[in-house]
Design a protein around this ligand. Structure first.
Ligand code: AMP
Length: 404
């Protein structure tokens, strides 16, 4: 029997998201999520997508990722999709930080694990959780290829002019301080899909990808290769996000420490968890912000304006970086669903060849689609992202190549 299934694992600090796919037709066999790992009660939501099974929920204490993954394995087994199945070809892990070394998806061995561990200081929130997820999966199926797909990999093509900060070179190199970029799996998938939507080869197309979720980032993609992106050493830089500031004069941090008497840890939490949209208006869900604006709320309206202003600046900047732009693609929770954000982001940019057709923009759909009018020089697209499918595709391609 040929093994055609791939399990995709996305391990966060207290959560694990998973999807089991059949790569013959890229269909989902099961999806699920474990939340609140290590807390008093953890919750597992499991949805089988074959055989007509109903979604199931379990609430019980799960002390760590190992217990959580064992519970996931039990749920999959109950649907006849157990991890011991010979049909499982590989497990694909989302790994947030791959530094400069990992430019491609990589089969995990001891040396690869060591390198992912070496990167913990530049991704203290993310890489430890990814490492735990990998170790647990290895314990469950030691014989199976485990593949790491890195969030940073797509951005390793950035030229030094975009990747380096104008920081003292010696200090920067000593501490590996540079712009790595994140959401790379999404930027790769969406830029390729956008080229497909235009009926052109990715090599011939220049795209600005706007990944607007709770975390948000923009990238400039020339001929399928990333040449600039808005996140930097960490996912804090760039656009206004749900809870993160994005770009800000770094001296604000000195000011808050020296004048505001805040500790570095307090500032870290402030800028990462309590700022962005939630810091500006108390809400980070764009649906709620739009509802408040419609009800005349000025605080929400200003938060929206600040969000859009930053987005426009990046569209302009990446237009200049690329020189010629064929398409702008909106993706992720806000980008795929919030028509007012798309409309406001390109409003007034007609001189750049950018426009949105009101009727097309208001259509709701899960499909990739164009929302610019026929006459527009630059295509504006909505392209739903699918990071799990991209991770599964890259994982399966790698293990199929090895077996070929
Ligand atoms: P993500 O991180 O890609 O899952 O995106 C999550 C964010 O998408 C939420 O915080 C909301 O702000 C936004 N979002 C999701 N659905 C909608 C919707 N129907 N309209 C506007 N914003 C939405």
């Amino acid at each position: 029997m040929t093994a055609t299934r791939v399990l995709v694992l996305n391990s966060g600090s207290s959560s694990v998201k998973y999807q089991l796919l059949d790569m013959r037709d890229s269909s989902r066999l099961a999806v699920g999520l474990v939340e609140r790992i290590g807390e008093e009660t953890s919750r597992l939501k499991h949805t089988p997508l074959t055989g007509g099974g109903e979604p199931r929920e379990r609430e019980e204490p799960m002390a760590d990722h190992e217990q959580a993954l064992r519970a996931v394995a039990d749920e999959l087994a109950a649907d006849g999709l157990g991890l011991d199945s010979p049909e499982l070809a590989a497990i694909g892990h989302r790994v947030v930080h791959g530094g400069l070394k990992f430019t491609e998806p990589t089969v995990i061995d001891d040396a690869v694990m060591k390198e992912i561990e070496r990167l913990v200081p530049v991704a203290p929130l993310h890489n430890p959780a990814n490492i735990t997820g990998i170790r647990t999966a290895q314990a469950l199926r030691p014989d199976l290829p485990q593949v790491a797909v890195f969030d940073t990999a797509f951005h390793t093509t950035m030229p030094e002019s975009a990747a380096r900060y104008a920081l003292d070179v010696k200090t920067a190199d000593e501490h590996r301080v540079r712009r790595y970029g994140f959401h790379g799996t999404s930027h790769a998938y969406v830029s390729r899909k956008t080229a497909q939507l235009l009926g052109r080869a990715p090599e011939d197309v220049n795209v600005i990808v706007l990944h607007l979720g709770n975390g948000a980032s923009a990238s400039a993609v020339r001929g399928g290769r990333c040449v600039d992106t808005s996140m930097g050493l960490t996912p804090l830089e760039g656009l206004v996000m749900g809870t993160r500031t994005g770009d800000m004069d770094p001296a604000v941090i000195f000011h808050l420490a020296r004048v505001g008497g805040m500790s570095i840890d307090e500032i870290d939490i402030l800028v990462n968890k309590k700022s962005g949209l939630i810091g500006l208006c108390g809400d980070n869900d764009m649906r709620e912000i739009r509802r408040r604006i419609d009800a005349g709320d000025e605080e929400a309206a200003l938060a929206f304006e600040i969000y859009i202003h930053r987005l426009k600046k990046y569209i302009g900047a990446y237009y200049a970086v690329l020189g010629r732009v064929d398409a702008i693609a909106f993706t992720a929770g806000v980008g795929e669903n919030a028509a007012p954000v798309r409309e406001a982001a390109v409003a007034g940019l007609e001189e750049l060849g950018l426009a949105v057709d009101g009727a097309l923009n208001s259509v709701r759909s899960d499909e990739a689609r164009l929302i610019s009018p026929e006459y527009a020089r630059v295509a504006v697209a909505v392209v739903p992202t699918d990071e799990e499918l991209e991770i599964a595709d890259q994982t399966y391609a790698l293990v199929s190549d090895r077996n070929a």
